[in-house]
Design a protein around this ligand. Structure first.
Ligand code: ADP
Ligand code: MG
Length: 511
């Protein structure tokens, strides 16, 4: 007998419909074959499915030849998520389940005792099922909240093969999982608050400008000056994600198997701080079936590279393209997938190997050549993509000991939020890939929205800066983009002289 059930494959962040056909025929020598480009984990499904069926109180058809065909045949099938559809196919082909399964998809790994285990990528799979007109999704109970974000599909949380069988037979129905609200209720931020950081007003200001316009920042200063502390406080001043952004990020976390337990939607902006020993694949993504790396896991959030020069030159080099394009493409012989990678980069570094170059209180012990060599570890093309350079000096004792409270993050976040609204109004809702922030402006947008908005005073100052500081064309554009954000923060359409003056302060100063 032949049975057909539907499941889903995952390619990058997208689902793909897979037909699971099970054919059972009488045979002298019982055997089971899975065909249709399955990887090792799918091959092992036959053992798990057989054990799960037996241990679930069902019958494994004996003296039969079972052929499982996964179609389309040219799509590589990976992972254990085909266990459940294969089991359902075997039960249907052997007459143990009689039900119309045309409008349903089945996704899940089976344990030997018939329990259904969570798998990754359920959200994009169910989204695809909806696009293909499927009405019901049977998914592992732990994956039900993410699946239910696709509101139009009825989601049934499956805890075991036995319970699924009684549901399909109409004996004991599984209750539909309530559709997700899709509302973004940001969780309370529990990290460092700006109010807890003493002094460093100019650094906090730079981080506020960076957050408001989506600009990349490098902080430079001696050890213990608070660079790491400041960077880790940045999520506290970021605006909440829109529902669209939250769904984008949730899809990524679903595929990376990093969704927090029990929650459907990721509601806080990602903050990722990979260690400098990270591999190429860990950073940009990789694997035979490509999985997202850190630069995708921080999509719509912050990538924090602490101790920047410790990251190898190759590692920094691979960041260049994604920072420019805001996506990363991973090519494989069989396929090429593109992951989103639109993040703000925050980096921290010591000014030299010993850390004290330029420190008023302590002498630097590095030979001068070592200082410039250290700084040259960060390649020009990467530096070209940094809009703000900020020095972080050590805070004097009197300041550290003072008990005066600084401005709380919530107040700063409100300004950032407001400034982003200004940018949204300016650029419109141009969808994925379009300009959303000042930092993403192209040359003609810089001309229209920054250069042509300069007041006479501001124009004169900019001209002076370019001539006296010998700014490159790139640096000139950077100053304009930043000045645009600074004016937006001040609620000003025109870019005035003080906005340009502050912007020029953030340029790179070579030692
Ligand atoms: N401005 C500051 N306000 C409050 N605590 C600070 C400040 N600067 C440094 N610290 C304290 O010093 C510690 C070391 O700072 P850290 O951020 O690790 O420095 P860096 O990364 O520059 O080496 C922090 O954990 C924090 O407790
Ligand atoms: Mg540090």
């Amino acid at each position: 007998m032949l049975a057909k059930v539907y499941s889903c494959a995952l390619i990058g962040l997208e689902g793909e419909l897979v037909e699971v056909e099970v054919d059972i025929s009488r045979a002298q020598l019982p055997n089971t074959a899975i065909v249709g480009l399955p990887d090792a984990a799918v091959q092992e499904a036959k053992e798990r499915v057989r054990a799960a069926i037996r241990n679930g109180g069902l019958t494994w058809p004996f003296n039969t030849r079972i052929v499982v065909n996964l179609a389309p045949a040219d799509l590589r099938k990976e992972g254990p998520s085909y266990d459940l559809p294969i089991a359902v196919g075997v039960l249907a082909a052997s007459g143990q389940i009689v039900a119309d399964l045309e409008d349903a998809v089945f996704i899940g790994e089976l344990s030997l005792d018939g329990d259904v285990r969570a798998v990754h990528g359920v959200l994009p799979m169910v989204a695809l099922a909806r696009a293909r007109g499927k009405k019901r999704a049977f998914v592992p109970a732990a994956n039900a909240p993410e699946a239910a974000l696709v509101r139009e599909v009825e989601v049934f949380p499956v805890s075991s093969l036995a319970s699924l069988t009684s549901h399909l037979l109409g004996a004991v129905p599984i209750e539909r999982f309530p559709p997700g609200t899709g509302a973004t209720e940001p969780e309370l931020y529990r990290g460092t608050d700006f109010a807890d950081i003493v002094g460093q007003e100019h650094v906090k200001r730079a981080l506020e400008v960076a957050a408001a316009g989506g600009h990349n920042v490098i902080m430079r200063g001696p050890p213990g000056s608070g660079k790491t502390l400041l960077a880790r406080a940045v999520p506290s001043i970021l605006p909440p994600m829109s529902t669209t952004e939250a769904l984008e990020v949730t899809r990524i976390y679903s595929v990376a198997a990093l969704l927090p337990a029990g929650s459907g939607l990721v509601t806080t902006r990602p903050f990722r701080a990979p260690h400098h020993t990270i591999s190429h694949a860990g950073l940009v993504g990789g694997g035979t079936m490509p999985r997202p790396g850190e630069i995708t896991l921080c999509h719509r959030g912050v990538l924090f590279l602490d101790e920047l020069p410790e990251f190898g030159p190759q590692v920094l080099e691979v960041l260049r393209q994604p920072i420019e394009d805001r996506v990363v493409t991973i090519s494989r012989a069989r396929m090429s997938v593109t992951f989103p990678a639109n993040f703000s980069l925050i980096a921290a570094m010591n000014p030299c190997p010993c850390g004290y170059y330029g420190d008023p209180a302590r002498e630097c012990s590095c030979p001068p050549s070592a200082v410039s060599r250290y700084q040259r570890r960060i390649s020009g093309p990467l530096l070209d993509r940094i809009d703000l350079f900020v020095d972080v000096p050590r805070v004097a004792y009197e300041k550290l000991a003072s008990t005066a409270k600084a401005e709380p993050s919530a107040t700063v976040a409100a300004r950032v939020h407001q400034t982003r609204a200004v940018q949204r109004a300016r650029f419109g809702d141009c969808g994925p890939g379009g300009t959303a922030l000042n930092s993403e402006m192209n040359a003609s947008q810089v001309r229209d929205h920054a250069q042509l908005q300069l007041s006479d005073d501001a124009g004169r100052l900019l001209r002076l800066a370019v001539e006296q500081l010998n700014l490159s064309a790139r640096a000139f554009h950077r100053v304009l983009k930043l000045a645009r954000t600074i004016a937006d923060l001040a609620g000003s359409d025109r870019i005035e002289q003080p906005h340009v003056a502050e912007s020029v302060q953030y340029r790179e100063r070579a030692e």
